[in-house]
Design a protein around this ligand. Structure first.
Ligand code: PLP
Length: 391
């Protein structure tokens, strides 16, 4: 790799650049349509936006809000978990509001991981997991998803457990693969966690973005799992306000107390008025969520069928903002090379899965595309891709 930065701590040297930074930089340079980074190009509900404006005008949250989150938001998070998943959550002791799901993840890692502790993570993975574990001086242990189907090999989990295994990081609906873990897969994971006394950190940022009949199941609702699970949510993803950075962690009071201890010393508080707005958003009628899903599913269908027509092998997306394709049918074998060519020659950016894995060569033939964009943008991208074949 390139020379090191003499000022940066050793454990972060390998993480100086991210695949997103690199591809977005190239995309800007070539004026490409960016289907690499996963953020919607349509803002969330007008009602929620107005609630934020009202909160600012009325002076709600313009000064430091309560350290663990405004009570109204914590109550709304608790009743939302109750109504969707029948989870009993005590809003006073079992919820902490964070600066997005990102801070919930980082403070959980810093709170739970001792130097040398091992964290099992299905790979490919969302890139901040690995850096978060490194910051906490833990060790990431990858559990590879199947290189053909991208389904999790849950039976391989057991073989990767050692006496230092402490945390199992789960993410479903899964970024980058678009896979939603089935109840059977979750049951195997739960049984392994219980057998080896692991804490499960369950990143459920896409809890409301699943398609067809692939309904999201929080692993904390499985038998024996409540007491050992930290469940993480993201209002940015659930409401299409990714810039607001409102997230949360939910779990048994002792685990949440540990997360709170660290988090209060990171940002102390954040997102003042937005906390009030999300509290109102969480009380939207169920129809909001089903309409949101229907709309996202139509975008998934548009991009997936377009890519399939162009000759890619499409791994069906069951949730999230993303669909993955195998590029080998187009005669390509290196995702990185392919994505660079795509930007230069077609003006479309995507992300190679090899950049989201500790085992690049295993996923070299996969590319991730974001479909959380306006249909006209997706159509434009597809027609750019069709113009000149990449072989
Ligand atoms: C976007 C994302 C996050 C971070 O969510 P924020 O609320 O924006 O911090 C966490 N996990 C996954 C899997 C994500 O895709």
């Amino acid at each position: 790799m390139e020379n090191t930065n003499p000022f940066l701590v050793e454990r972060m040297q390998a993480h100086r650049t991210s695949i997103f930074g690199r591809m977005s930089g190239l995309a800007n340079e070539f004026g490409a349509i960016n289907l690499g980074q996963g953020f919607p190009d349509t803002d969330g509900p007008e009602f929620v936006r107005q609630a934020a404006i009202d909160a600012i005008s009325a002076g709600r949250g313009n000064q430091y809000p309560p350290v663990h989150g405004v009570p109204e938001l914590r109550q709304a998070i608790a009743s939302h978990q109750q109504s969707f998943y029948d989870m009993d959550v005590d809003w006073q002791t079992e919820v902490v509001v964070t600066t997005g799901a990102s801070e919930a993840l980082q403070s959980t890692f810093l709170a739970l991981i001792e130097p040398g502790d091992e964290v099992l993570i299905f790979e490919p993975w969302f890139d901040i997991y690995q850096t978060g574990v490194a910051l906490a001086r833990g060790i990431t242990v990858g559990v590879p998803m199947d290189p053909e189907t991208l389904r999790p090999n849950v039976s391989e989990l057991e073989s990767r457990i050692t006496s230092r295994s402490k945390v199992l990081l789960l993410n479903s609906p899964h970024n980058p693969t678009g896979i939603v873990f089935t109840r059977t897969e979750l049951q195997t994971i739960a049984a392994t966690a219980i057998k080896h006394n692991l804490i499960v950190v369950s990143d459920e940022a896409y809890q409301h973005i699943w398609f067809d009949n692939h309904a999201h199941i929080p692993i904390a609702t499985l038998e024996g799992m409540h007491d050992r699970t930290v469940t993480i949510g993201s209002a940015g993803k659930s409401f299409s306000f990714t810039g607001w950075k409102v997230g949360w962690a939910i779990g048994p009071s002792e685990l949440i107390a540990a997360v709170r201890t660290v988090r209060q010393h990171l940002t102390y508080v954040s997102s003042g008025p937005f906390q009030w707005a999300i509290a109102e958003g969480l009380q939207l009628e169920d129809s909001y969520w089903s309409e949101f899903r229907t709309e996202m599913q139509a975008k998934r269908d548009l991009l997936s069928s377009g890519l399939s027509h162009l000759g890619y092998r499409v791994i069906p997306s069951e949730g999230t903002y993303f669909v993955c394709t195998d590029i080998r049918p187009l005669g390509y074998f290196s995702g990185t090379e392919f994505c660079e060519t795509l930007i230069r020659e077609h003006g479309v950016a995507a992300i190679p899965l090899s950049g989201l894995s500790g085992n690049a060569s295993t996923y070299n033939h996969f590319v991730r595309w974001a479909f959380c964009k306006k249909p006209e943008v997706l159509n434009d991208a597809l027609s750019r891709l069709a113009k000149k074949t990449v072989t």
